[in-house]
Design a protein around this ligand. Sequence first.
Ligand SMILES: Cc1ncc(COP(=O)(O)O)c(C=O)c1O
Length: 383
Amino acid sequence: MREVIAGLPGSKIREVANAGLGRPDVLAFWFGESDEVTPEPVRAAAAASIAAGETFYAHNLGLPELREAIAGYTATLHPAVGVDRIAVTSSGVNALMLAMQALAGPGDEVVAVVPVWPNLTAQPQILGAAVKRMALRPQAGAWKLDLDELLAAVTQRTRVLLVNAPNNPTGWTLTRAEQQAMLEHCRRTGTWIVADEVYERLYYVSGAACAPSFLDLAAPEDRVVAVHSFSKSFLMTGWRLGWMVAPPDLVDAMAKLIEFNTSCAPVFVQRAGLAALAGAGHSVPALVQRLKTCRDTLLPALAALPGVEVAVPDGGMYAFFRVAGQGDSLAFAKHLVGDAGLGLAPGAAFGPEAEGWLRWCFASREPQRLVEGVRRLAGALRL
Ligand SMILES: Cc1ncc(COP(=O)(O)O)c(C=O)c1O
């Protein structure tokens, strides 16, 4: 086995979750998914596809009608993109891995804005690239980017700038001006931007249908890959369906690369994706409204606890907070499961920059669960 594979760290979130497995009394907020089931019309579309016998291999880049639908959906949010810029993938994480396989190899440098969902930084390492971590920093609970520091770190040696906003776990979002500066800088250095925008629709700034996206700025030939997913905005985590928007040449290459990875996304899953996009005009704003209620239930209650430092996130579905005196997030998260029946993700899972912090996924169909969770946290802290 390659050394880098043998040395891959196990998931610290799983380590906490395993401590609570088989305990029905545990309120679990550790994973990055809602407890809501995929809407019925989406499930029905997949069932109908299977019933119709759509069980065969399909196009590497996705069904033409799904690529068309993704282009149509994108045009409701961003400047229109041609179908030749869209590749359907078997999940967002698959799109990220494909992008990395295409762009970064042994000895290449990848600059990543962290803390971040650990898969993003593990992928280039698996491929032999070196990852330079550029840390967001907390100020009164809100995580901030030092743009000058980041731009100074991205040089002609940098193959890829990896940026996830809205960010998992911190909730940090990018401004349009920051995106513009990054794009202009990367045009000069010849660096690719891989923008993980899977949370773009989970954005709570009033009047905005989505978070600022690199797709609003990038020309078709710009070295930008925007990664999207059906998982979060359409409650489809288990379906494993996503897509990327990239320059046409890279999408051509993707057809070959997808062949060697998954060959294609299953047709019945793509039919479900089509149904999800058909209902997006209604379903996504309704979901965002529910998530906003969750956020606005959890955050003030958390912030009111003495010793808790947290800021209200503009995007994503996580509260990211720390408790004074609790420096070891893995030990603290395990203690919360064991003693209080409260399941949270330890900040250390997202990198050393986030040690001492905890991530709480607030996507729940039942906001009262969040209130009960805060009660348990307060109890564990003897408040
Ligand atoms: C930042 C980020 N990117 C990508 C993904 C991948 O989502 P999926 O592979 O389910 O599409 C996740 C999932 O948690 C995520 O948090």
